[in-house]
Design a protein around this ligand. Structure first.
Ligand SMILES: *[C@@H]1O[C@H](CO)[C@@H](O)[C@H](O)[C@H]1NC(C)=O
Ligand SMILES: *[C@@H]1O[C@H](CO)[C@@H](O)[C@H](O)[C@H]1NC(C)=O
Ligand SMILES: *[C@@H]1O[C@H](CO)[C@@H](O)[C@H](O)[C@H]1NC(C)=O
Ligand SMILES: *[C@@H]1O[C@H](CO)[C@@H](O)[C@H](O)[C@H]1NC(C)=O
Ligand SMILES: *[C@@H]1O[C@H](CO)[C@@H](O)[C@H](O)[C@H]1NC(C)=O
Ligand SMILES: *[C@@H]1O[C@H](CO)[C@@H](O)[C@H](O)[C@H]1NC(C)=O
Ligand SMILES: *[C@@H]1O[C@H](CO)[C@@H](O)[C@H](O)[C@H]1NC(C)=O
Ligand SMILES: *[C@@H]1O[C@H](CO)[C@@H](O)[C@H](O)[C@H]1NC(C)=O
Length: 558
């Protein structure tokens, strides 16, 4: 237990004088108007205050379920301190939970990587006996603010880095549960290289699975689709409205998202077709391995499947259930997700995501003023395959389940022309096709689209620490106290790039004591390649022919 949690609340008030025996410094209170919130801790070695679990929306229970989040009610009678941990209800698909063991083994540097060993390990693995909802609560629409004391005291209008976590729109949290711990200590430390005061870090929660991304006609009629995106949007608006109270500048906000978080950030940059004045609630974006299903289609069975797990037949009845029942039903439904899917996700919806990302970007319906740093890993497809697929028919049915909405012609074109069977790969041939299809369709081509839309005027890096699978970079972006990054050199390079981009608008590398800016993407499609031993300047490795199809081919065919 933190010493701080033993200190009575009265001692946290700035106005209360401090009695010396415990030697704990006074923790400041910020008045947000609707409530007053005290810092949870101060780390005297880093000089950083942490404000935990600040409410940005009402608890989305009862009639508020499956609807846009509501701003918090006024609650000024006591000072909040956020000492209660807050993680949103979630569910991890069994196929993904099975990959956790192999991911750990092959990314720690302990096990030499071959495709054969990797597939065998995933085939052999079983679902770990973890309750992913231990300690989760529907009262989870909160965010954390880590602010250096120098910024807090001077109210100097410092740059702000906001983190939107990933997890297939189904699991995860601002603090890294159940993924590696998202502790921003290295990012805040690197920030000092570029500014005496450093920067502020904000991490936010949003609703997940059916609670955040239930879609379909019934939801349109009596609720809101993409509720999780609306949560993020409200939290980003909270940053715009309140970050000055912590010493930050609303005009210097960089939003960073990984996987589902990265896909979300891209959608926040888009607006209605043909509108001319689209303004994202941030100035810059760092997009890591952005995950979006290219056509924003989700399985039609998602809505009915969820209600049937709850044993109810309407949204109204689902709103009447206890938290415990909703949490259990959501988790059970997600656990049973078909291989490589997590059932729910963003859909095209006039209020939140007016079009697919590809069309919005192609049509210019996005905020072109955003400065962009985008990244992907060298083996994104890594664990996104069904090891039981052996035949062409099985591959076709996997495509139908994983990437709904494609015609038979589309699927045939994919299988025969774009991702043909390669006999010389032997036992891993079908797995390799699935990994290539999935990696391109959801991530690599989304990465490429972002650069194409910005006309070369953006920055990129490739995370190429072996084996370079999806989520492997998280441990390098942050400092998980329970499990350090196996290649500290790569962590140093990555954290410096993120911190310098946030502060100066330009990612930099450092070599022999000399700082150098990343090249822009430009006409040569340049990027910085980060591996376990250092970095080099390289060029795009994503296949543009295949991406051109994901970007538009299937739409023409339909
Ligand atoms: C935080 O607030 C709760 C409820 O008011 C209180 O029980 C707890 O002691 C406080 N913790 C700290 C660190 O002040
Ligand atoms: C303060 O931060 C340092 C660096 O991140 C960390 O090692 C240490 O555990 C932190 N101290 C406390 C009390 O949390
Ligand atoms: C997988 O299981 C088989 C059969 O039990 C065993 O021979 C093999 O060593 C296992 N492979 C891995 C990578 O764990
Ligand atoms: C956008 O503008 C184009 C060209 O003017 C037009 O064809 C299209 O219908 C418009 N779309 C919408 C949704 O208004
Ligand atoms: C739905 O009913 C089944 C069968 O009675 C039961 O096992 C399950 O726990 C129920 N689900 C919920 C969320 O109550
Ligand atoms: C890109 O994909 C196409 C279609 O599968 C293939 O013909 C081509 O060789 C690939 N290009 C590269 C550079 O790998
Ligand atoms: C098939 O796989 C082999 C072995 O990895 C590779 O060298 C070859 O280029 C692949 N062929 C095609 C057409 O992709
Ligand atoms: C850094 O310094 C070493 C030793 O002086 C030299 O060999 C190397 O080329 C330098 N690297 C760069 C990128 O300048």
């Amino acid at each position: 237990m933190h010493l701080n949690s033993l200190i009575p609340i009265s001692m946290l008030l700035a106005s209360v004088s401090y009695a010396s025996p415990t030697r704990t410094p006074k923790l400041p209170v910020v008045d947000l108007g609707y409530e007053r919130h005290a810092a949870m801790s101060y780390n005297s070695s880093t000089g950083v205050y942490q404000f935990s679990n600040i409410r940005y929306a009402q608890t989305p229970v009862g009639d508020l379920r499956f609807r846009a989040p509501q701003p918090p009610l006024t609650n000024r009678h006591e000072i909040q301190n956020g000492s209660q941990p807050r993680t949103c209800p979630q569910g991890v698909p069994d196929w993904q939970a099975k990959a956790y063991g192999p991911i750990g083994a092959f990314t720690s540097g302990g096990k030499p990587f071959t495709l054969e060993a990797w597939e065998q390990a995933i085939r052999n693995s079983s679902v770990p006996p973890i309750d992913f909802n231990k300690g989760t609560t529907e009262d989870c629409l909160v965010l954390d603010v880590h602010v250096p004391k120098k910024i807090f005291k001077s109210k100097c209008g410092a740059p702000v880095l906001v983190w939107i976590h990933g997890g297939g729109y189904a699991f995860g949290s601002k603090n890294g549960y159940p993924n590696p711990g998202f502790v921003p200590s290295g990012l805040l430390e690197h920030a000092k290289e570029f500014s005496d005061r450093g920067m502020i870090f904000v991490g936010l929660n949003y609703r997940l699975g059916a609670l955040g991304f239930l879609s379909g006609q019934e939801v349109q009629k009596d609720g809101d689709q993409n509720a999780g995106l609306l949560d993020q949007r409200l939290a980003l608006q909270w940053v715009q409205d309140n970050i000055h109270l912590f010493g930050g500048s609303r005009d210097k906000v960089t939003v960073m998202g990984e996987s589902a978080g990265g896909g979300s950030v891209l959608l926040h940059m888009t607006g209605p077709p043909n509108s001319t004045n689209i303004k994202a609630p941030f100035a810059q974006a760092i997009i890591q391995s952005p995950a979006l299903v290219s056509n924003l289609e989700v399985p039609e069975s998602g809505y009915a499947g969820f209600l049937s797990k709850l044993n109810v037949s309407s949204l109204a009845d689902a709103r009447k259930l206890s938290s415990e029942a909703i949490i259990r039903g959501n988790a059970a439904h997600l656990a049973s997700a078909p291989d490589t899917t997590s059932i729910h996700g963003p859909v095209v919806d006039s209020k939140t995501a007016p079009d697919t990302l590809y069309r919005s970007f192609k049509n210019g319906a996005f905020d072109k003023s955003v400065r962009l740093l985008t990244a992907h890993n060298s083996f994104e497809g890594g664990f996104f395959f069904d090891p039981t697929v052996k035949t062409e028919e099985q591959l076709d049915s996997w495509i139908q389940k994983s990437l709904p909405g494609f015609t038979k012609n589309d699927r045939e074109h994919l299988a025969k022309d774009l991702y043909p069977f390669n006999a010389s790969l032997g036992d891993v041939a079908q797995g390799s096709r699935q990994r290539a299809i999935w990696g391109d369709a959801l991530i690599d081509c989304t990465f490429l689209t972002a650069h194409e839309a910005f006309g070369g005027n953006s920055y990129a890096y490739l995370f190429d620490v072996s084996p370079g699978i999806h989520i492997q970079d998280l441990k390098y972006t942050f400092n998980d106290p329970t499990s350090p990054a196996p290649r500290p050199i790569a962590q140093d390079i990555l954290q410096r790039a993120i911190a310098s981009f946030t502060i100066k608008g330009e990612p930099v590398t450092k070599s022999n004591g000399t700082y150098e800016a990343f090249p822009t993407w430009g006409s040569g499609k340049s990027l910085v390649r980060i591996n376990g031993d250092g970095f080099s300047v390289g060029t795009n490795v994503v296949n543009e022919t295949r991406c051109a199809w994901w970007q538009s081919g299937y739409e023409l065919a339909q």
